[in-house]
Design a protein around this ligand. Structure first.
Ligand SMILES: Cc1cc2nc3c(=O)[nH]c(=O)nc-3n(C[C@H](O)[C@H](O)[C@H](O)COP(=O)(O)O)c2cc1C
Length: 150
């Protein structure tokens, strides 16, 4: 099973996180893509997907992830069977919109029939914990090995 990591970012933290997750999962066949350069038509339901996505504006997707999700909404591909996990980035100072970016990503993929697995990670930039450290710990809890042997 290939692991495809898609990151959506405004100023780059999610890219650093995506690379750290890739390193943590290096025993798998892992590829990392910026959502800004990834066509939803290239999603393969047999791959395991990890979405690393921050939050901008007023609880919105980061600019880098917008074209991907606009295209997904427009084409509504059947993603039944596709499994994905989400690690979201946000900042609790934003209150109600905390980590909405990753949640929107999960909602949009689920609306196309994909299934979210594992814990939904939510990094808070207001804490002392570095996003990439939290993401590494999160990555090892993902059920990829289980899915691979299923
Ligand atoms: C202008 C601006 C708006 C933001 N809006 C939100 C928000 O609505 N909710 C949230 O949880 N975080 C928000 N954030 C925090 C970012 O999501 C957080 O800093 C994240 O780590 C940035 O990741 P990135 O560098 O990959 O874009 C905002 C940050 C900025 C600078």
């Amino acid at each position: 099973m290939r692991v495809v990591i898609l990151f959506g970012t405004e100023i780059g933290t999610s890219e650093v996180v995506a690379e750290a997750v890739a390193e943590e999962l290096s025993s798998f066949d892992v590829s990392v893509f910026d959502m800004a350069d990834f066509d939803p038509a290239d999603l393969d339901v047999s791959d395991f997907h990890i979405v690393v996505c921050s939050t901008y504006g007023d609880g919105d997707l980061p600019t880098g992830a917008e074209p991907f999700f606009e295209q997904l909404d427009a084409t509504r591909p059947d993603l039944s069977g596709l499994r994905f996990a989400v690690f979201g980035l946000g900042d609790s100072v934003y209150g109600d919109t905390f980590n909405r970016g990753g949640e929107i990503a999960a909602e949009k993929l689920s609306a196309c029939g994909a299934t979210q697995v594992g814990e939904h990670g939510r990094h808070d930039a207001s804490t002392e914990v570095r996003a990439k450290d939290m993401a590494r710990e999160w990555a090892v809890t993902l059920p990829i090995a289980v899915l691979q042997s299923a």
